[in-house]
Write a new protein. Structure first.
Length: 279
């Protein structure tokens, strides 16, 4: 008595034989279709324009993911409708250079916290038909982001904020320095009432001055980085295009040719099956 396992093995062998005979019967059809598909893929590869892809990294504490999505959508719409005049104005390109731009995508990847501020890291991916525009495009994108009205207002507010803090700390340092000079000169220090003499430890004054100067230096550094868009890593200009790839084009052509052969076989089978039935 045959076991289920033995039947399964027989069925598998029979299926393998049938598949082999099927491809043996239509061998030349599959060869012609697949070779033709590979040839068509290679021909398409030769006529499709090269696309260069590059990425740059920026850091910002103003630019948000939703805002970056709107910027990407706005630029893509200009590209889709062929409005290269406005696109060139926004990105600092010539009209001819703008026509070479295929797409720009801004993607938020992570958030960091520095000096109490939340800052996001963004990857900007650009696709262009001409690699020579990449450098100009980098400057244009950063300028476009920085010169946005919302960003400019926030940056100006931040600059004024740090300048006031630096000025206030400077006045405090000057006041403590005057107090220190009086102590060094042996002059008495009085409180609010003229008769109330104050006892002050000079070491404490020195410590306060040092701490204030350290804080003032931090604010000056922050002022230098007040611009909300900071370039972390610029575009890299690659010599080889990212697309199209010959291997991919030939593989797709092969697959299309194979399925075309299957379609022809299926049509033949349907025709023969229809002939067996009476009209």
């Amino acid at each position: 008595m045959d076991t289920p396992r033995a039947n399964d093995e027989i069925d598998l062998v029979e299926l393998t034989v049938r598949v082999f005979r099927f491809f043996q019967r239509y061998f030349w059809l599959f060869v012609i279709c697949t070779v033709g598909g590979v040839g068509a893929g290679a021909a398409l590869y030769s006529v499709v324009p090269d696309i260069y892809v590059s990425k740059m990294v920026i850091q910002s504490d103003i630019l948000t993911e939703s805002y970056s999505d709107r910027i990407t959508e706005s630029i893509d719409n200009l590209i889709d409708e062929g409005n290269y005049a406005l696109l060139s104005q926004r990105l600092g390109l010539t009209t001819d250079q703008a026509e070479k731009l295929r797409s720009i995508e801004i993607e938020s990847i992570k958030e960091t916290k520095e000096q109490g501020k939340e800052e996001s890291i963004f990857i900007i991916t650009a696709e262009a038909l001409d690699k020579s525009i990449i450098t100009t495009l980098q400057d244009g994108i950063i300028s476009y982001l920085r010169n946005n009205e919302f960003v400019k207002i926030r940056v100006q507010q931040r600059i004024e904020y740090y300048e006031k803090l630096i000025l206030s700390i400077g006045e405090e340092i000057q006041s403590l320095d005057t107090l220190k000079q009086k102590l060094l000169a042996g002059k008495p220090i009085y409180g609010k009432s003229a008769g109330d003499m104050m006892l002050i430890d000079p070491t404490n004054i020195y410590d306060q001055i040092i701490n204030l100067k350290r804080q003032q230096l931090e604010y000056r550094n922050a002022l230098q980085l007040a611009n909300s868009i900071q370039l972390v890593e610029g575009f890299t200009i690659y010599e080889k295009p990212a697309e199209p790839k010959l291997s991919v084009a030939m593989a797709v052509g092969f697959a299309l040719g194979f399925f075309a052969a299957l379609a022809v076989v299926f049509v033949r089978w349907v025709s023969k099956t229809a002939e067996t039935f009476p009209a």
